[in-house]
Design a protein around this ligand. Structure first.
Ligand SMILES: [Zn+2]
Length: 256
């Protein structure tokens, strides 16, 4: 079975066939999914999905895009939401200097604050880092990420950066970008990262892997990521499947 460690089934692009898709997961070898959260406005929809489909877990957190409108009251809500049994991580949180939708200092402030909350709750984090490697790493380092761990979603950093992330006990997630034809760096990093620290994801409905690039993504395509990883690692798809499934369970503290 495959574990899709990052997807957004609350996205409106699933409005017409959400139930149909989620009902077909087990017959398509997808065993578990972690639905990521970008804004507290999404919470009701995400929790409804988790309640209906017990194989879907959730993270709760506020994406850097939304940072500008965050209040201290939102942090109280976040802590409250994290108490649901199907909530397994704080995220996705981080920095996005590619879009810069919120001022960088504001992004940094709420990112650091949410890392602190995760530490107080003793929950792992789901990190979003787009073109902000240095500041993301600085904040994680100074806010003692070592104590809680978590995962770098859709990892796009260097091998050197991966080394420090692994030192912190974190996991590194690969998704559709690993399969893209011009993708050199993720392949290099995937070679370097030991198999027991890799998880896979789709980021559905975004980042659709080859050969379906351009279509809407769903966890039904995650096997393409597993296959690409098997090719890179020189292992069987079965070995990749088993390892990444167990890794994601460990990362998010999900028991049997
Ligand atoms: Zn995401």
């Amino acid at each position: 079975m495959l574990f899709d460690s990052h997807a957004h089934y609350n996205d409106e692009r699933f409005n017409n066939d959400r139930d149909e898709i989620l009902s077909s997961m087990s017959e398509n070898n997808v065993g578990l999914i972690l639905n990521s959260c970008s804004s507290l406005d999404e919470i009701d929809d995400i929790f409804a999905i988790c309640k209906k489909y017990p194989f879907v877990y959730a993270s709760v957190g506020i994406h850097p895009h939304e940072a500008e409108n965050v209040t201290e009251k939102d942090m109280d809500s976040l802590i409250e939401y994290s108490k649901q049994p199907f909530v397994k991580a704080i995220g996705e949180i981080g920095l996005d200097y590619y879009y810069d939708f919120s001022p960088r200092e504001t992004q940094q402030k709420w990112f650091a604050r949410q890392v602190d909350i995760a530490r107080e709750l003793n929950m792992p984090v789901v990190i979003h880092d787009r073109d902000a490697h240095k500041d993301t790493m600085d904040i994680l380092r100074t806010h003692n990420i070592k104590e809680i761990g978590g995962v770098f979603h859709c990892y796009a950093g260097s091998v050197e950066m991966a080394r420090e992330i692994l030192d912190w006990g974190m996991y590194i997630a690969f998704g559709g970008t690993l399969t893209f034809k011009k993708s050199v760096r993720p392949v290099e990093v995937a070679k370097y990262v030991p198999l027991d620290r890799i998880v896979i994801e789709t980021d559905s409905p975004y980042l659709t892997p080859e050969p379906n690039r351009g279509k809407r993504n769903s966890s039904l395509y995650i096997h393409y990521v597993a296959e690409k990883l098997a090719e890179i690692k020189g292992l069987s798809v079965d070995e990749i499947e088993q390892a990444t499934f167990e890794n994601a369970k460990k990362c998010f503290n999900i028991g049997d």
